[in-house]
Design a binder for this molecule. Structure first.
Ligand SMILES: [Zn+2]
Length: 637
């Protein structure tokens, strides 16, 4: 009898779609504060412009979104001076000079307000405090007032106010003009535009009769959620169903006001797709459908420790995508590889809510037996770990002569073990029925054509293109495309004239090595394409050794962060014509007569030994080829 175990793993992945409203109502899917400033200014009867845009909180992003300079952004910072709250209004590119502030206020102590204090004093979330807060002392910095037009947020992350400075000053009660900002400008960290999506909202403030399931409420499907699901289906090579509908999955749980979840059962948006793992293995995608997220249950003293549970319906009705694979994965490591691949594809599509975690239900069976389902695992390492544990557990059960019965298990990330939750309900238990409140959906030919046309270049296509266009190795191309930000960095270095092969080598080896070593991501370190371009040019023209280039990257990412070129210049590590190679060679030869004799006697290794010494003496500022050439010339070879 064979000891071989056949393992079948299927995954069900859930993630939140990045739409502005919920699946069936126009309630916002992210808390963005309250848009009360507009109303406030209208009441005052003053002139201003209201600009709506994507969610932002950084001054640099606000400025971009509203078409003004960072200097024109009026940011309001909440401080506490001698235990009294105070609002400083500064331009977006300056810091508060605390010494100046102390002098102006004639105070002895000043500190930035805590998150809780900001809330208490202004009613606003940190980062979204507008200057127009009544009943609090304000100091507006005079440098800000060199601008005629000022802009500040409207108490929400998705809109701003543009207003004449004189009008603003007139509106502000209890306000003083003074010199309190730093002289020097704040340097904005480079990197991707940061969009804010998870500003806390008061519980139960982002809901309406539809997402609370009130009788008589009229759900209307959010087209954007369908568009995103369609894009995901297309990217996973699925068949898109042009006609589909929504069903009710009936069960009771306190996080569901409807007593059923609106989901898709009979006909999903997309089905029968596939992706290929790096080794070429095909993994089937059974289906991808949209459904709505239940509310959040809050256990005030922690799960199982609270004497009561609170419910926050802000999340109720958020659009989710559920992607179900075929049981084609045959090991926990493969499941992890698949998750990485899927996450990358979803990242390229830009359809998921930023900061969303992919939640995974893992199904596993061995030797064709019944499967167990491990619910709600988040994190790819956790998926691999949970499956590894469960695989070993099932093997042992079988060895003991026990039968595996179909059931649901929970994974404890701390202990790394899975425990039985409940006997698995069958699909029939949920009593799926067609939802009569919702109309059948038919995707138009135009919608499908447009959605298809809008699909971005996906990782696999991009990797192929990079190989053809720039003659990159398959490995380099694949690594570059395995991370959206890394691929973009490569694109922009090359677009600025950097040599593609050199750039690819630099990014996939040196840059990734430093990032991985320090567990950093590109977004964390604010790497600039311009800085790496300089290094690529130095490398391509043979002006820096690989070793010194590596050193400059380490310094750039996790050292003192000066640009690679300036680091190399400062430390005299560039290969330059001014190095007196003859002198160094002579010195090395004189000190190593034995090696010279050995080389003359036919020992090739001695030449490399001498070359190494010359390189070391020259601190890597000459190329190894040049040194070898020079030595050979000298020895007449
Ligand atoms: Zn709603």
């Amino acid at each position: 009898m064979s000891e071989e175990t056949t393992v079948m793993i299927g995954l069900e992945i859930h993630a939140s779609l990045n739409t502005k409203s919920k699946l069936f109502c126009s309630c916002p899917t992210s808390a963005v504060g309250r848009a009360w400033v507009k109303e406030y200014l209208e009441k005052k009867g003053v002139k201003f412009e209201f600009v709506e845009h994507d969610a932002v909180t950084r001054p640099i992003d606000s400025a971009k979104a509203r078409g003004v300079s960072v200097g024109q952004i009026a940011k309001a910072l909440v401080y506490v001076a001698d235990s009294k709250p105070i609002l400083f209004i500064l331009s977006g590119d300056r810091k508060l000079d605390e010494q100046k502030a102390l002098d102006v206020l004639n105070a002895s102590e000043i500190k930035m307000a805590s998150k809780e204090e900001v809330k208490e004093f202004t009613g606003c979330v940190v980062g979204l405090v507008p200057p127009v807060i009544d009943g609090i002392k304000k100091i507006i910095d005079e440098k800000l007032l060199s601008n005629q037009i000022l802009s500040f947020n409207a108490g929400i992350a998705t809109a701003g106010i543009k207003i004449q400075k004189d009008v603003l000053i007139k509106v502000l009660d209890n306000c003083q003009i003074a010199d309190v900002a730093s002289e020097e400008l704040i340097e904005e960290k480079a990197g991707e535009k940061r969009v804010v999506h998870s500003i806390e909202a008061e519980p139960n403030t982002l809901c309406c009769p539809v997402c609370l399931g009130h009788p008589g409420s009229k759900p209307v499907l959010n087209e954007k959620a369908v568009e995103f699901a369609t894009k995901i289906g297309l990217a996973l090579n699925c068949k898109i169903n042009e006609d589909f509908f929504f069903s009710r999955k009936t069960y009771f749980y306190p996080d569901m006001s409807l007593n059923y979840q609106i989901t898709q059962y009979e006909i999903p948006v997309a089905e029968n797709g596939f992706v290929f793992l790096n080794n070429g293995k095909r993994i089937g995608i059974k289906r991808a459908h949209v459904e709505w997220d239940p509310a959040a249950l809050i256990h005030p003293s922690g799960m199982g420790k609270s004497s009561y549970v609170l419910i926050d319906y802000n999340r109720s009705g958020m659009p989710l995508i559920e992607i179900v694979t075929q049981p084609d994965l045959t090991s926990p490591a493969e499941a992890r590889e698949f998750m990485n691949l899927l996450e990358n594809v979803l990242g390229y599509l830009q359809v998921l809510k930023p900061d969303t975690t992919l939640k995974v239900d893992c199904n596993i069976s061995i030797n064709g037996g019944e499967r167990t389902e491990i619910k709600n695992v988040s994190g790819f390492a956790a998926v691999e770990k949970a499956l590894t544990f469960e695989l070993a557990r099932q093997k042992q059960e079988v060895k003991r002569g026990n039968k595996i019965e179909q059931h649901t298990r929970a994974f404890n990330a701390e202990t790394g073990i899975t425990v039985e939750l409940r006997k698995k309900e069958t699909e029939a238990d949920y009593g799926y029925i067609f939802d009569p409140d919702l109309v059948k959906v038919t995707l138009s030919k135009e919608f499908l054509a447009k959605t298809k046309a809008e699909l971005p270049e996906l990782p696999e296509q991009k990797a192929k293109r990079l190989q053809e266009q720039y003659k990159l190795s398959e490995y380099d191309a694949r690594v570059l495309c395995s991370d959206l930000a890394l691929g973009k960095l490569f694109d922009s270095i090359v677009a600025k004239g950097g040599d593609a092969v050199t750039a690819a080598r630099l990014l996939t080896r040196e840059v990734l090595a430093v990032l991985n070593h320090d567990s950093l991501s590109l977004a964390d370190v604010g790497v600039k394409a311009e800085d790496l371009l300089e290094l690529v040019q130095l490398l391509a023209s043979g002006k820096v050794s690989d070793k010194n280039a590596k050193q400059s990257v380490i310094n750039y990412i996790s050292g003192e962060k000066s640009s690679p070129k300036s680091f190399l210049e400062k430390n005299d590590l560039l290969i330059s014509a001014s190095v007196d190679l003859d002198l160094i060679v002579t010195k090395v030869i004189n000190a190593n007569r034995k090696a010279v004799v050995d080389y003359a006697g036919g020992n090739e290794k001695s030449l490399n030994f001498l070359a190494g010494l010359v390189m070391r003496e020259a601190k890597g500022t000459v190329s190894p080829q040049k040194v070898l050439e020079e030595l050979k010339k000298l020895f007449g070879k």
